[in-house]
Design a protein around this ligand. Sequence first.
Ligand code: FEO
Ligand code: CA
Ligand code: CA
Length: 677
Amino acid sequence: MDNHLDHADETEFKTLTDRREELEDVGQNCSTNPTMGDIIHRRFSRRAFIGGSLAVSAISTTVSPLAILTADEARAETLSAFDFKEVEVGIDQTHHVAEGYDADILLRWGDKVFADSPEFDPLKQTPATQAKQFGYNNDYIGFIPLEGNPDHGLLVVNHEYTNAEIMFPNFASVVKEKVMKDGKPVLKDGKEVEEEKVVLGEYTRELVDIEMAAHGGTVIEIRKVDGKWQPVLDGKYNRRITLDTEMQISGPAAGHERMKTPSDPTGTKVFGTVNNCAGGVTAWGTYVMAEENINGYFGGEMAENHPEHAQMKRMGIPGGQYEWSKFHDRFDVSKEPNEANRFGWIVEVDVMDPTSVPKKRTALGRCKHEGAESVVNKDGRVVFYCGDDERFDYVYKFVTAGKFNPNDRSANIDLLDEGTLYVAKFDEDGTLEWLPLVHGQGPLTTEKGFASQADLLINTRFAADALGATKMDRPEDVQPNVKTGKVYVMLTNNTKRKADQIDAVNPRPENAFGHIVEISETDGDFTSTKSKWDILLKCGDPSLAEVGASFSTATTKNGWFGMPDNCAIDAEGRLWVSTDGNNEKDTGRTDGIWAIDTEGDARGTSKLFFRVPVGAEMCGPSFNPTGDTFFLAVQHPGDAGLATFENPATRWPDFKDDMPVRPAVVAVTKQGGGRIG
Ligand code: FEO
Ligand code: CA
Ligand code: CA
């Protein structure tokens, strides 16, 4: 979900999503961890001068822009490790993929997940129909092969959130309202300025329950038949995960007093999961869902002297973007304050048993988890990487205590309940310390307010504050690359970072376009606690010197992007990045997938492979094991301008007047077969 830009100018037009996002980014990091404001990115000034945007603007005084463009395209072709012909940037109603590739719609919101699912009827949605159909806003996608077959397996898909304004008929409307600033109407030429905006209608319990059924995840069998992927509707593993799905709380915080509620006095049983953004698939073939912006689902008020108030405020709870608390007491913090402690975790689903109870793995901490990608370390322990997506929040990793057993799946099934959670401290000299969040160590003691490991994990952000972790520019997906021992951290943007708050690893104030950090774990040991880091890319338009982007000069006008969000590593160890937040105003392009060279002379060269329809965000990049299929998630398409169910910005992917715009999963294959890219 893109809680990305601050629209400081209130007279500017805002979509409902923009306004939702402003409310969303309300967690507060009030710790006094140093921002190293006095260190003015010494480390990167030299590289930026040699290879970055300054080089482009320096030659542009003597060479025509067209000549540069032609030269760039030629250099990108010869230098890059990717052989596809780049897509042209732009904004229109449909998707575009590189020439020679097919992008086929595999699953849309409302599609059948089971043989007996009802047909999608957008005018007759009910909670029961939605619970048997593909959910809304597909984000993370994972592919788990069945019997090792790269052409047959389980697709696991997160359904992060819902857009009521374009989901529900006769619900949203466009109204004119006075534009206010500091409590007063904004005037232009002596007249009050008005703006049109989309407002939602009155929620009913039925609508809330449809939203709840549209959240969660889908597990669905898929198979390639004659070169085309198809869902297998009678697949025995198919399941929908919704807010009604029973889950177990496991690991150190299970059963803790702060996890108990009136409906669950054991503190071990909770229903459902929300705002599952990115995620992961483990080496033992389980599906990992990451609970991100949980705050928005909780309403009500919590007294300032309530013992949970401070940590809830740090998480932005209650956020109140949804109206679930009106109909379900557990989402009202004044009625069931501990329910919010049961969200914000990493959830593991055993997909080989559709009746299995998913487990919320508390050992991995509680925050706004973007994702949880993992790697089996050379000693057999498994390492998970997680970003906490908030401005000025942190990057984490979790190292299991036990080792992965490749010969006995059941031996791995509770590996995630024991291990060590670390938070990253990026030092100015290019080294990185992973600091353990272990009760009793350093400042994490009872005297300092952390009563036990369980207590500490529920307050993960406070524990990381106490350790002096580095405040980052919104950590999104964090992806280990087993081929190189490197780890890529997507930092999507942070326009609130002031000039005196920059540091070596977050070197730009008002960072509107984000950057990508590369961690080199020492000797390729992913459990290492002292590592090195570098900046792979500073994003944004490299032709504007003031943006300070650092793409290689072989990158064309189509190749640069802003707001990196999710990413994937292909079978050859190459990096692919999806974005969230590109638009007409900020970058003149939609979101999409860019392929990025990380090694050799081409390092920092980026090429556009796929772009989404207007209003959409690009999510879920995931390859099948042979790398001949690239699964992509198109999230909230049509959510631009004054979009409503009746009047969306596009009717992708069906383009029928009686069908709403629908988020969908796309399967990309090469015509005639072969590896992507
Ligand atoms: Fe759901 Fe941080 O993106
Ligand atoms: Ca994301
Ligand atoms: Ca990823």
